[in-house]
Design a protein around this ligand. Structure first.
Ligand code: PMT
Length: 221
């Protein structure tokens, strides 16, 4: 039986990968399926929370009893998070957010031109939503959780990222063949700003989500 330890709490979860359009038919994206974020949303709802799930291009079926907000780009994700955050006890950023977007958007499809090299794609920085929310804390006592997908020096990079972003918890998952992006399973270490390290063994994304909510619930007091 699941304990309703998040009853009366409002949690905001982001899921999926942002898409940064180049023209009406193309975008820059990433391999996030949204499964980890949806597992967080489902498990939070089962523990009694009111859940706002902000999703980017996942195509996954809507979880029952969860409010869904659909967005495309990182800038739209920022707007949706800033709109929902002042009323949220917890914000969990599981989405893979594009760090950069194309500087220009072509209103017509970009065409091949005979005998010409393609134009380079010039990128500009996107806002860092997790850092902004962590610094501003739109609601006092709010718990902010980030994710980090790393390929090397996983823990050292995770610690540095936690300090840089200023969140309370950072879930560090290593990118691998049968975990992290796209798969049903994940494996992670949850780093706390208080210096704690909670390893979560390889298993279903729900299990990692439950550990995140355990750690969040103990911080909500
Ligand atoms: O969706 P799945 O297929 O289930 O895969 C799950 C996942 C791998 C996408 C997820 O577990 C995960 O790790 N999400 C974060 C992915 C990531 O690339 O993070 P990052 O290291 O680029 O960013 C760190 C944190 O800052 C993240 O919480 C991210 O949401 C946030 N961020 C990043 C860039 C930006 N401009 N704004 C942000 O808020």
């Amino acid at each position: 039986v699941t304990e309703p330890d998040l009853a009366g709490r409002h949690v905001v979860v982001t899921a999926g990968g942002t898409r940064e359009p180049l023209d009406p038919v193309r975008f820059l994206g990433n391999r996030s399926s949204g499964k980890q974020g949806y597992a967080l949303a489902r498990t939070a709802a089962a523990r009694g929370a009111r859940v706002t799930l902000i999703e980017a291009g996942t195509g996954l079926p809507d979880p029952a009893g969860v409010d869904i907000v659909r967005i495309g780009t990182a800038v739209q994700l920022r707007e949706a998070v800033l709109k929902a955050a002042p009323d949220a006890d917890v914000v969990v950023m599981a989405a893979a957010v594009a760090d950069f977007r194309p500087r220009t958007y072509a209103s017509g499809k970009i065409k091949k031109k005979d005998g010409q090299e393609p134009e380079p794609i010039v990128l500009v920085r996107n806002p860092d939503i997790l850092a902004e929310i962590s610094a501003d804390r739109p609601r006092p006592g709010q718990v902010v959780v980030g994710f980090a997908a790393e390929t090397d020096d996983v823990l050292a990079n995770g610690r540095a990222k936690l300090a840089r972003k200023g969140c309370d918890l950072l879930v560090v998952n290593e990118v691998g063949e049968r975990k992290t992006f796209g798969s049903e399973e994940n494996e992670a270490v949850v780093l706390g700003a208080d210096g704690s390290e909670t390893p979560v063994p390889y298993g279903p994304k729900e299990a990692l989500a439950e550990t995140v909510w355990d750690l969040v619930a103990s911080r909500l007091g």
